[in-house]
Design a protein around this ligand. Structure first.
Ligand SMILES: Nc1nc2c(c(=O)[nH]1)N[C@H]1C(S)=C(S)[C@@H](COP(=O)(O)OP(=O)(O)OC[C@H]3O[C@@H](n4cnc5c(=O)[nH]c(N)nc54)[C@H](O)[C@@H]3O)O[C@H]1N2
Ligand SMILES: Nc1nc2c(c(=O)[nH]1)N[C@H]1C(S)=C(S)[C@@H](COP(=O)(O)OP(=O)(O)OC[C@H]3O[C@@H](n4cnc5c(=O)[nH]c(N)nc54)[C@H](O)[C@@H]3O)O[C@H]1N2
Ligand code: SF4
Ligand SMILES: [Mo]
Length: 781
């Protein structure tokens, strides 16, 4: 790619040494890889050093917006703890080695395990940053294929798998997820999401605050349903508390109300929906009056929410992680879109719409309007029989698959940008299990809580050293766009691009050896794919794509053969990578347009409103209304018991899951790993503001407790407490100096890995019952 854009990083050291202030500043456009808002940034570089980062005004999509995390890219790039050289564990200590040595070590140890114990003896764990780097996202499927293992886990089953499953069942593809068309919406109902802190998720919407403000300024309404009166609730017109984990019942009652009060209106979708009558029958038990106590939302409020949604000219329901990480996560995700369909808001301007990405979107490929749909359960996990969903097993089966002897036992692990020791529930157990592995490789940028177990760590590059195109997020964007940013700085320390690391690992797993040439492998893969795609035309396409291996060549192929592409000359003026890269701030592809039926990939060619797995689980959700109070189910806490609470999570602007606590810009300021509790609860408990308490999983004695300071908050629903995840940076053998100064405690050490949504395999991370006791310790600052 445009090498001329790459600032010379060798002069970086010189500049650092002389600290000279030169006037050779250059401005570089970079898409921020730190969260799903995908803002365009303007990175000012002088003498190879980053001088300043601001929002890129010319960005056609984010238009200059930036949040405090965006500035932290500088800290990330300069972080002395960020690994630049491979590490191998020798006598329990990580020591830097050359790339050759690192790959030789892997070749020495991985293939013999595969030969002796079979392909499933290696597991792979993929973490969140994979989706923010095209070199990772485009090449991990190659690595998975080369490994040939069924033991594939990722952050998806700690996050959005329920939404992917419900979307797959309804619309025919795992990635056909409708998003709020916020710029034209006038009634937005939001559950279990806090975009004011998270900047949006499964919804790429830079500057949510500004867009919410504009919505209200034009007379629209924003209503939030959340057990905490969040920062988003603060900027909304109305907020309703809900008892954690009961969204499915609440949403079912709203659907019930639509039928009960004759508010169903399919509108433009009339000819494209199957299963309306089945849904009517299935929600019969869920009258608002029947669920009100269970959800802790008055029946009158539930009815009014349904009426407001139905009455809105341009309305939309949106739910996010709070609605996914619960026992009935798939149901809640499904019912959100059932509401959108039954009120005529799905696929309509101002409603829940399907983006049309310029590249890589499965729902723009193949025959329009019909497909194979999705299947799950093609295999199951060995120990607890959890079904495969979208090619993955639940992240929470990893520990038991490592611990349990027998054929197929996991003996080796590859992690790619994944920190499950902090991010997966039951983390103390998982931490111990990782210590038992015969071999572990991590592709990561830190020596952290997870990678400290790795025998070999292969460092990923700084995002500023990679070119970037968002492979996934245009499919979730509130507006269509295509943007590419070239590398800002050159690689240093002989560092290898991550796509090449993944190809090398795959080559070793396939028995091709550590010396295999990733560039040649990439060429072979491309040729094979083109032969399949274009047959006799393949050689001409290959020639048109150029000779430089890597993600950019795949991107050019995807853009040119995509819905706005130049079709290799057959659509003159259409998109190519060169064209996208040359456009300052990217190419705007306009507001979202209705896509039904063309977007559908269901076998029927219609929206399946009543998928059988959802109807079956809905019966259990109805039973839960009556039994919850009596069972010892962790997700249905008996909050009448003194000291028992329902525990939920939260996100904060200056933090990002588990790995940005080492960046000084973000780490400074008030301590964030605090337990929010309503003052009336604290009073009953006898806890003072700032006092340390012990949180323990209800009914458990050992290895399930942490100690954290309480912070009083009137915003909490009584009986519910909130703690962020991703903390607990006090484990030995890590190298994250800033994070270790204020380590916090790991929420996932308390949470229970056995709690899952059985349909999607997603972990239950919210509404878990805990017992809290006050410790004698004095308050901490
Ligand atoms: N209790 C509770 N647990 C949760 C959640 C919750 O809400 N509550 N949220 C869940 C969610 S939504 C998610 S997505 C997961 C996230 O959990 P993970 O997927 O484990 O992701 P992170 O915690 O972000 O850790 C990212 C890892 O990638 C590494 N990394 C960062 N940048 C790069 C890079 O450029 N290249 C490479 N190779 N490595 C890199 C970091 O060092 C770190 O090891 O956590 C989940 N866990
Ligand atoms: N600053 C920052 N931004 C991030 C991240 C981060 O760690 N920090 N992580 C990124 C990632 S990986 C993701 S997946 C996204 C997530 O993006 P969001 O889904 O917006 O995440 P949260 O801010 O955790 O909001 C979840 C909300 O659900 C509420 N909640 C909890 N339980 C329930 C429940 O049972 N019902 C209802 N209705 N609400 C409930 C919580 O109180 C919380 O307000 O954020 C991304 N952006
Ligand atoms: S909102 Fe997200 S994408 Fe935008 S600057 Fe902040 S971290 Fe980066
Ligand atoms: Mo996530």
């Amino acid at each position: 790619m445009p090498q001329a854009h790459i600032a010379d990083a060798t002069s970086a050291n010189t500049a650092a040494n002389t600290a000279a202030h030169t006037t050779d500043a250059t401005h570089h456009y970079r898409i921020c890889p730190l969260c799903e808002a995908c803002c365009g940034l303007d990175v000012e570089v002088s003498s190879g050093r980053i001088v300043r980062i601001k929002g890129a005004e010319q960005d056609v999509f984010s238009q200059g917006y930036i949040c405090p995390k965006g500035y932290a890219l500088k800290d990330l790039h300069e972080d002395p703890d960020r690994l630049r050289q491979p590490m191998v564990k020798r006598n329990g200590q990580h020591v830097p080695v050359s790339w050759e040595e690192a790959f030789e070590e892997i070749e020495r140890r991985l293939p013999p395990l595969l030969d002796e114990h079979g392909r499933d003896s290696v597991a792979i764990s993929l973490g969140n940053p994979n989706v923010h780097k095209m070199g990772l996202l485009l090449y991990t499927p190659r690595l998975i294929k080369a490994l040939g293992t069924k033991n594939v886990v990722s952050a998806s089953t700690l996050d959005q798998m329920p939404k992917q499953l419900s979307s797959g069942l309804m619309f025919g593809h795992w990635l056909s997820i409708p998003v709020p068309d916020i710029e034209r919406c006038d009634f937005l109902l939001m559950l279990g999401a806090n975009p004011m802190a998270s900047n949006g998720s499964l919804w790429t919407v830079p500057d949510f605050r500004g867009k919410a403000k504009a919505l209200r300024a034009r007379g629209g309404r924003l209503v939030v349903i959340d057990p905490r009166r969040t920062e988003t609730a603060e900027v909304a017109d109305a907020h309703h508390f809900i008892r954690p984990g009961t969204d499915a019942q609440l949403l079912a009652a709203m659907v019930h109300t639509l039928f009960d009060e004759q508010l169903v209106k399919l509108g433009a979708l009339t000819d494209w929906v199957n299963g309306v009558e089945e849904v009517r029958a299935a929600v019969a038990p869920f009258s608002p009056e029947a669920v009100a106590k269970h959800c802790a939302v008055p029946a009158a409020d539930i009815r009014q929410l349904a009426r407001d949604l139905a009455a809105a000219e341009r309305g939309c329901v949106y739910g996010r992680i709070g609605t996914c990480t619960q026992r009935f996560g798939t149901l809640a995700s499904w019912l959100i879109d059932v509401l959108n369909v039954l009120t005529g808001h799905l696929d309509q301007p101002g409603g829940a719409m399907f983006p049309r990405p310029a590249a890589f979107a499965a729902n723009t490929l193949g025959a329009a309007g019909k497909g194979r749909g999705v299947v799950m359960g093609r295999h199951a996990s060995r120990v607890s029989g959890a079904p495969e969903v979208y090619g993955e097993l639940p992240a929470t089966v990893l520990a038991e698959e490592i611990e349990t002897a027998g054929p197929g036992q996991v003996r080796a692990l590859i992690t790619v940008a994944s920190n499950p020791v902090l991010s997966a529930p039951g983390s103390t157990r998982l931490d111990a299990a990782l210590g038992q592995l015969d071999f572990m490789v991590s592709v990561d940028i830190y020596l952290n809580e997870t990678t400290r177990h790795a025998d070999v760590i292969l460092p990923g590059s700084s995002p500023l050293e990679d070119g970037h195109y968002d492979v996934a997020f245009p499919a979730l964007s509130h507006r269509n766009h295509a943007r590419y940013s070239p590398p800002v700085l050159a690689r240093t320390h002989g560092q290898m691009p991550e796509w090449q690391i993944l190809l090398k690992l795959g080559a070793i797993a396939r028995g091709l050896g550590a010396a295999a040439d990733p560039l040649a492998l990439d060429g072979e893969h491309l040729k094979a794919d083109l032969d399949k795609l274009a047959g006799a035309h393949a050689p001409a396409l290959l020639a048109a794509l150029g000779t430089q291996a890597g993600p950019e060549r795949w991107l050019d192929l995807a853009l040119r053969s995509g819905p706005y592409g130049d079709a290799f000359g057959r659509q003159p003026g259409g998109l190519t990578l060169a064209k996208v890269a040359a456009a300052p701030g990217g190419v705007d592809l306009g507001a979202l347009q209705p896509r039904v039926p063309e977007v559908l990939r269901t076998p029927s060619g219609r929206i399946e409103l009543a998928p059988a797995p959802c109807l079956a689980d809905l019966v259990l959700a109805a039973e839960a209304i009556n039994t919850a109070a009596r069972t010892a189910d962790h997700t249905a806490p008996d909050i009448a018991k003194p000291g028992r609470f329902s525990l939920i999570g939260r996100r904060e602007v200056r933090s990002n899951n588990s790995w940005m606590h080492n960046l000084p810009t973000l780490a400074k300021g008030p301590f964030r790993c605090t337990l929010l509790m309503h003052p009336s609860d604290a009073e009953k408990l006898g806890a003072a503001d700032g006092q340390v308490v012990r949180i323990r999983l209800a009914g458990h004695a050992e290895r399930r407790d942490i100690e954290v300071p309480v912070a009083f908050s009137e915003a909490m629903m009584p009986g519910v407490v909130s703690l962020p995840h991703g903390w607990g940076h006090n484990l030995p053998g890590t190298q994250m100096q800033v994070a270790a100064e204020r380590p916090g405690a790991n929420l996932n050490a308390v949470l229970d890995e056995a709690l899952r949504d059985p349909l999607s395999g997603n972990a239950v991370l919210s509404g878990v019952a805990v017992d809290i006791t006050v410790l004698g310790t004095a308050a901490v600052a």
